[in-house]
Design a binder for this molecule. Structure first.
Ligand SMILES: *Cc1c(COP(=O)(O)O)cnc(C)c1O
Length: 246
């Protein structure tokens, strides 16, 4: 498992280099290791290398790993994939962060379940920045209206936005998705009904293939799986929107 620690250091180095290119403070970019489909041993190796919060796109898998790794002091889970309302109860029970909020009905259900648990949850609103049919998330033009409604849910701590950019070797097309997110964040901060300051701080964008570009465009959280843990056997089987998600 030495390679996992080494991979983490390599990704950290590339994050630092991307920050230097963009004249940004590396402390303003958080690396979220995405451990979906990965073994308990691999997650433990990343934990031993200093990481505490892990991203999973399927809630049942995340819940099972949470149960099995509870002894690891301070370990936390971020659910980053589409969530069905009937699984909101699970997320309310164990997750520290949910990055794929995309409907009011889900917000309402999560809020209710969190109130029941006496917990609060950091949430990011997922945006479909590429306009692809296969992608989850709100269309950008609906986000400001959605944001206003979210103020009603006390148990949801709204932190910002999340997206998956278009999967393309054309860097301009990928960058256009990131640009759209930055513009949207600006719009949210200007919309009077939405609290400013810390609100909407997070821009979660960038994965193994595009995290450096995402950082150059302002990402505050990059979600990196395969560059840390190695290739997944069948990436498509776990691709949100293609493999079914939650
Ligand atoms: C799987 C996944 C990632 C990480 O993808 P990698 O290619 O393994 O870096 C990031 N975000 C979401 C929502 C994912 O489902």
């Amino acid at each position: 498992m030495d390679d996992i620690a080494a991979n983490l250091r390599a990704v950290e180095d590339r994050i630092a280099a991307a920050c230097r290119r963009a004249d940004r403070d590396p402390a303003a970019v958080r690396l979220l290791p995405v451990s979906k489909t990965m073994s308990i041993e691999k997650i433990t190796a990343a934990y031993d290398a200093g990481y505490r919060r892990f991203g999973e796109n399927k809630v049942q898998e995340a819940y099972d790993k949470w149960g099995r790794l509870r002894e690891l002091d301070g370990i936390e889970w971020a659910v980053i994939g589409h969530l069905q309302r009937n699984k909101a109860r699970l997320v309310a029970e164990f997750a520290s962060e949910f990055q794929a909020l995309d409907s009011l009905r889900l917000a309402k259900e999560l809020d209710k379940r969190l109130q029941g648990e006496g917990r609060r949850l950091d949430v990011l609103v997922q945006v479909n920045s590429s306009g692809e049919e296969s992608k989850f998330g709100l269309p950008p033009e609906e986000v400001v209206g959605f944001a206003r409604e979210l103020a009603a849910f006390d148990a949801l701590r709204v932190r910002g936005l999340m997206t998956l950019a278009v999967f393309s070797s054309d860097e301009d097309k990928v960058a256009a998705c990131f640009h759209r997110m930055v513009a949207l964040q600006k719009q949210l901060r200007q919309a009077d009904a939405v609290s400013v300051g810390e609100g909407w701080h997070e821009l979660s964008m960038g994965m193994s293939g595009d995290y450096e570009l995402a950082i150059e465009h302002g990402a505050t959280c990059v979600r990196v799986g395969q560059a840390i843990f190695g290739a997944r056997l069948d990436p498509n089987a776990y691709w949100p929107g293609v493999g079914g998600g939650n």
